[in-house]
Design a protein around this ligand. Structure first.
Ligand code: HSE
Length: 291
């Protein structure tokens, strides 16, 4: 048997829609894989009642098939489904790393990214790699059609997850079909600033680079309290605030000493609009780990 812990992730980071991703120190999924004649899946943990155990409908079933690695797969969910924290990706990433090890397939971490992304297609309808890439490789990742670039970073973060459900499918439906050149130029500038900030491990540059005027404003409408939570985080020291992935989680970049006050302010802001939430004080961290 092989056991793998794969972290939650934050995709997009505002300016890097469908491209940027970051591994979060917590929460994480833990997946156990054991050789079997055919693939079976059991799911426990946070939100497990919403996750299908049918291999045809679960992200990890597609991963087992792609690796030709039938197994009994036990998923212990630490990442809530439909959170914007890469829940399905964490399971797919853990399964890809675990089955690669169990069956001695010898694939590199980078080669496992498109395989885990097949699992994402089962859930969201499209094979995005912007969550599976950081969950497998760790750090900050840039996922392109022709491969992934990863860089180590340890930017302090607060993620705040409200008790609201936003499905990735719904959040993709509000993405605008196009953008004005002025907006594109601004977002490219922000994305480049963010990438440089990650390479320098500089929370100020990363925060400044999170701004996005194309996708984020449309999606913010789906998250009750988004503007007041964002303002509260900035008022308590956040260097940048945006939607995590497709939402509803909101992510703030910051300096280490500000995490606690930002977390409290974000929770209070959700509370003031009648929304329960939980906050994770974390940082950009490692990718999937085999125990
Ligand atoms: N980049 C994707 C999105 C991540 O924002 O829709 C969610 O899977």
């Amino acid at each position: 048997m092989v056991t793998v812990r794969a972290p939650a992730t934050s995709a997009n980071l505002g300016s890097g829609f469908d491209v940027f991703g970051a591994a979060l120190g917590r929460p994480a999924d833990v997946v156990h894989v054991e050789k079997a004649d055919r693939t079976t899946i059991s799911v426990t943990g946070v939100g497990s009642q919403y996750i299908p155990e049918d291999p045809e409908k679960n992200t990890v079933g597609a991963v087992a098939e792609a690796l030709d690695a039938p197994a009994h797969i036990e998923i212990d969910k630490g990442v809530r489904p439909a959170s914007g924290l890469g829940s399905s990706a964490a399971s797919a990433a853990a399964a890809a790393v675990g089955l690669n090890e169990l069956y001695d397939r010898g694939l590199t971490r980078e080669e496992l990214v498109p395989i885990a992304a097949e699992g994402e297609a089962v859930v969201s309808g499209a094979a995005h790699a912007d969550n599976v890439a950081p969950s497998i490789m760790g750090g900050f990742t840039v996922a392109r059609a022709d491969g992934v670039t990863a860089v180590d970073a340890s930017i302090p973060l607060v993620t705040c997850l409200p008790e609201i459900v936003v499905s990735t499918r719904d959040a993709r439906q509000v993405v605008p079909d196009g953008a004005r050149m002025k907006e594109v130029v601004e977002v490219v500038g922000n994305a480049a600033t963010l990438a440089v900030g990650m390479a320098r491990d500089d929370p100020d540059l990363v925060g400044r680079g999170m701004n996005d005027s194309i996708v984020t404003p449309a999606r913010a409408e789906l998250i009750t309290g988004y503007e007041s939570v964002r303002t509260a985080a900035f008022d308590t020291g956040a260097t940048g605030v945006t939607i995590s992935g497709a939402g509803p989680a909101i992510i703030a970049a910051c300096h280490e000493g500000d995490r606690r006050s930002i977390a409290i302010a974000m929770l209070d802001a959700f509370d003031s609009v009648g929304v329960d939430a939980r906050a994770y004080q974390t940082r950009i961290g490692r990718g999937a780990e085999i125990f």
